[in-house]
Design a protein around this ligand. Structure first.
Ligand code: SAH
Ligand code: SF4
Length: 411
């Protein structure tokens, strides 16, 4: 992989390939997507603008780039006539390449995307009556191997860059036609309310796509800071949720440096079961994890931590498990809600989903324990867009090929 270098990931023993902040392009131009204002300013200065110009132009370009979603410098009408071609010669504003876009019967949409160095990943948009949630990927594949997760059967290819992460949100806004419209000649001191978004389809973001976001901490933080910046995509941190399988050493920094809502993939209440289905538990156990949750900066009764619990038939779904879940959450005095996720099957999975009656009974026990425990309705199952079903077509094909090869070898 010519465009990547090795980078140690906190908590992991092996370094994984991590891309540079700017992926080199054949035409020599630099892609600004994913860069903060200070870096854009630096690049403008390196390209020859004096300090004052670099500061002014980076502020203007940043606004067009992240707040208006413009990808063509010629549309940046408050930049001088000579400035626009100057920028076009040296820079681009990219988006991840769309390989395939699918629409589910229930309105869920899934995009298969490709990085400029040829790796595929997926993002999903889930519209609801009063909100629209974009499920964003943080890695191509995953280093962890949760046994019920299809992404976990893929090896980790590489971390996504800030540009590839924020690029998903921008691509979704492109597809939904949601960039603020209005006068395109915004002066520097103009009131931001002078233009409005023409729709509010995308209201929430969940870092619940492919990968473990806390194993790609820096890039996820940098991307989400662009998403949350009032001068950037301007989405409130209260509308963003990061889901982790339990990378305990990174949780405090997540609260302090990103400050979004936290979801924790708990999925089991005893060591043997969690060790088996969420193997990171062998490294950071349930007690340690719940303690880190209790210390999570910003958690309160108004901003509760979500505990995700996938319902696996006969594995983690008994009434005793439900009682133990209530006991554990209460023992740690956690401002918690529980999200019960019916298991979404995938070809070759070793589990089945618990019956609706079992899930109902589990949910009732947790509710009776005083903790909210709604059952999540699976969305987009028909296009393999539901939780844990993401795994790219290229990988699926190579696995199918491997299976065929194995069958041929055994016959
Ligand atoms: N790596 C992070 C975020 C991505 S997974 C994490 O594990 O939290 C998002 C959620 O989907 C997690 O709670 C995950 O455990 C759950 N999930 C994975 N596979 C699933 C499946 N087949 N059915 C239902 N939920 C699944
Ligand atoms: Fe990775 Fe999350 Fe899937 Fe586990 S559930 S394999 S951490 S993506």
């Amino acid at each position: 992989m010519a465009d990547t270098e090795l980078m140690p990931i906190p908590g992991q023993i092996d370094p994984v390939p991590a891309p540079r902040d700017i992926t080199p392009r054949e035409d020599g131009r630099l892609d600004l997507i994913g860069l903060p204002k200070s870096r854009i300013r630096e690049l403008f200065a390196e390209a020859g603008l004096d300090e004052k110009q670099a500061k002014l132009r980076s502020k203007q370009v940043y606004h067009w780039l992240y707040h208006r979603g413009v990808t063509d410098f010629t549309e940046m009408t408050d930049l001088g006539k000579t400035m626009r071609p100057w920028l076009t010669q040296r820079f681009v504003i990219g988006r991840p390449e769309v390989v395939e876009a699918q629409h589910s019967a229930d309105g869920t949409r899934k995009w298969l995307l490709r990085t400029s160095d040829g790796h595929d990943f997926e993002m999903v948009f889930i519209p609801d009556a009063n909100r629209g949630t974009l499920c964003v990927s943080s890695q191509v594949g995953c280093t962890l191997n949760c046994t019920f997760c299809h992404t976990g059967t893929m090896r980790l290819v590489r971390n996504l860059t800030p540009g590839e992460i924020v690029g998903q949100v921008m691509l979704a806004r492109d597809a939904l036609g949601e960039w603020p419209k209005g006068r395109m000649d915004m002066a520097e001191d103009e009131d931001e309310t002078a233009y409005t978004s023409d729709g509010r389809l995308l209201t929430n973001i969940v870092m619940m796509g492919m990968g473990e976001p806390l194993y790609n901490f820096d890039n996820v933080r940098d991307a989400l800071n662009l998403v949350m910046d009032g001068e950037g995509l301007a989405l409130s941190k209260r509308r963003i949720t990061l889901s982790t399988s339990g990378v305990v050493p990174m949780m405090e920094r997540c609260g302090a440096e990103i400050g979004v809502n936290l979801a924790v993939s708990l999925h089991a209440v005893t060591k043997p079961v969690r060790d088996e289905i969420v193997p990171i538990n062998r490294k950071y156990g349930i007690e340690e994890l719940l303690k880190a949750c209790a210390d999570y900066p910003g958690a309160s009764n108004a901003r509760r931590i979500t505990f995700e619990y996938v319902m696996l038939d006969g594995k983690n779904d008994s009434d005793e498990d439900a009682h133990e879940l209530v006991r554990l959450l209460k023992a740690h005095n956690l401002p918690a809600k529980v999200n019960l996720i019916p298991f979404n099957p995938w070809p070759g999975a070793q589990y089945e989903c618990s019956s609706p009656e079992r899930i109902r009974s589990f949910s009732n026990i947790v509710f009776e324990g005083g903790i909210s425990a709604p059952i999540r309705t699976p969305r987009g199952r028909d296009i393999d867009a539901a939780c844990g079903q993401l795994r790219t077509a290229a990988e699926k094909k190579s696995r199918a090929e491997r299976d065929r090869e194995e069958a041929a070898a055994n016959s």
